[in-house]
Design a protein around this ligand. Structure first.
Ligand SMILES: NC(=O)c1ccc[n+]([C@@H]2O[C@H](COP(=O)([O-])OP(=O)(O)OC[C@H]3O[C@@H](n4cnc5c(N)ncnc54)[C@H](O)[C@@H]3O)[C@@H](O)[C@H]2O)c1
Length: 432
């Protein structure tokens, strides 16, 4: 099929490359010329495992093409996926839809024959209705259908998630269109992905409700971890014991720092705004947002306590700054607020992240990027493990830190509490 992705970020580029790999002819469009030039030169401008290879393979075969020319790409495609960002608005907590509407504004002029226009971007309920009204103003013959097909891939696992999704959700009010999209997704359905069709508004809400529910699970176990710390119980036992109940499930029950990333924080906030708009009090989600905010300060207070409130001149190795492993995405990671708190109190931070140096810290005094763990941990007073990268899971701390007394704060529970104590480390973790 001839398809086109508008917005070549984590969602648009991964989906575009994966659909090309299934044999479709794909245009990927972006208004960021630098990004498109980079892709046309065979370089993926962000880190997602396996994506570079997949892009090169499909670009070389001619199935995957990159352009800034939205009109040309849309005219040459039958199905158009909108994959631009929907961050939190500056003025309130709603989703900022101006990127979406900018694209929509351009689409009406490019509809030369029947098009299926699909929102893959996460958009609040009724956005599809508004998009339809906007395009109808200029395309009175209605040579198009607006569909919602929310995306559930996770950064760091995006290609696997595309190829083996739990479910494909289609929100459409037209059977013919649903059939066409089902045939596009057929290779994934054959491998076991569930294909679920609902109304357009239903699909829009499924995405927000799913993210809010996962965020709730994380905040829930984080609060239980706080209770474990006070009562001498291991939160991991609680997660396992709860997770063995199939009604609950063990995933997203790992205690750690506040949830971050490009989706949960913005989507939970946007959903409460939708609730307000429709005069529905989403009190659980509001309290999850509050709990997550508190989580940020809670862990910082814990760092203060570990250092006996003597932060000045302490040398701290910060391992991992991204919100999760296998991505270079810093959006809403809890590391910037933690690091800025520590340097305000005159700590000296060495940070290391396998995905490289981050612009967020480049102008900060007393924050240095280190090229490897050895450099980051040498003569350090405290090691903070912030992100769960594989590389951090079997460290020889004595060899790395080269100091008599140092402390370790493992925010991801990567090490056995008992073993670390037995080895004589000053080791602190979460909820145990
Ligand atoms: N990142 C994720 O893990 C993930 C997962 C599921 C859903 N989503 C949702 O998917 C959407 C996209 O997320 P993302 O992380 O891929 O965003 P992103 O910021 O990585 O990419 C968005 C891209 O859109 C481009 N863009 C903006 N305006 C444009 C325009 N007018 N024309 C062409 N291109 C334009 C930007 O230059 C950018 O490259 C969001 O709504 C997000 O909530 C993201």
């Amino acid at each position: 099929m001839k398809i086109c992705f508008i917005g070549t970020g984590y969602v648009g580029l991964v989906s575009g490359a994966c659909f090309a790999d299934l044999g479709n002819s794909v245009w990927c469009v972006d208004n960021n010329k630098e990004k498109i030039d980079s892709l046309n030169n065979g370089h993926v401008p962000f880190f997602e495992p396996g994506l570079q290879e997949l892009v090169i393979k499909n670009y070389s075969s001619g199935r995957l093409k990159f352009t800034t020319d939205l009109s040309m790409a849309v005219k040459n495609s039958d199905i158009i996926f909108i994959c631009v960002g929907t961050p939190t608005a500056k003025k309130n907590q709603s989703a900022d839809l101006h990127y979406v509407y900018k694209v929509v504004g351009k689409l009406s002029a490019c509809i030369n024959k029947f098009k299926i226009i699909v929102t893959k971007s996460t958009v609040p309920i009724t956005t599809g209705d508004k998009i339809e009204r906007i395009i109808l103003r200029k395309n009175r013959k209605k040579l198009f259908e607006i569909v919602s097909n929310p995306e559930f891939l996770r950064e760091g696992e995006a290609i696997r998630d595309f190829r083996f999704p739990d479910r494909i959700i289609i929100g459409a009010n037209n059977k013919k269109v649903t059939k066409k999209l089902k045939s596009l997704y057929e290779p994934l359905i054959k491998k076991g992905a569930k294909f679920f069709v609902t109304s357009r508004r239903g699909a829009e809400l499924i995405k927000y409700a799913s993210n809010a529910f996962l965020a709730t699970k994380i905040s829930f176990i984080n609060e239980i971890a706080n209770l474990c710390e006070k009562t001498g119980v291991n939160v991991e036992d609680i997660s396992i014991g709860m997770g063995l109940d199939q009604r609950i499930g063990g995933r997203f029950l790992r205690a750690g720092p506040a949830y971050g990333g490009s989706c949960f924080p913005k989507d939970t906030k946007a959903l409460t705004v939708t609730g307000k708009l429709f005069k529905t009090d989403l009190s659980i989600i509001k309290s999850v947002i509050r709990s997550n905010e508190k989580r940020r300060s809670f862990l910082i207070q814990r760092v203060q306590k570990i250092l006996s409130n003597k932060i000045k001149n302490k040398r701290i190795a910060f391992l991992g700054v991204t919100f999760k492993p296998n991505t270079d995405d810093m959006r809403e990671s809890s590391s910037p607020s933690m690091i800025s708190f520590l340097i305000k109190r005159k700590a000296k931070i060495n940070y290391y992240d396998p995905s490289g140096e981050k612009k967020e810290f480049s102008k900060l005094n007393n924050v240095s990027y280190c090229n490897n763990l050895k450099e980051a941990c040498k003569n350090i007073d405290l090691v903070i493990i912030h992100t769960e990268w594989e590389e951090f899971k079997a460290l020889d701390f004595n060899k790395l830190c080269k100091k008599n007394k140092f402390k370790i704060y493992d925010m991801r529970n990567l090490y056995s509490h008992e073993l670390m104590k037995k080895k004589g480390f000053h080791y602190y973790s979460i909820g145990r």
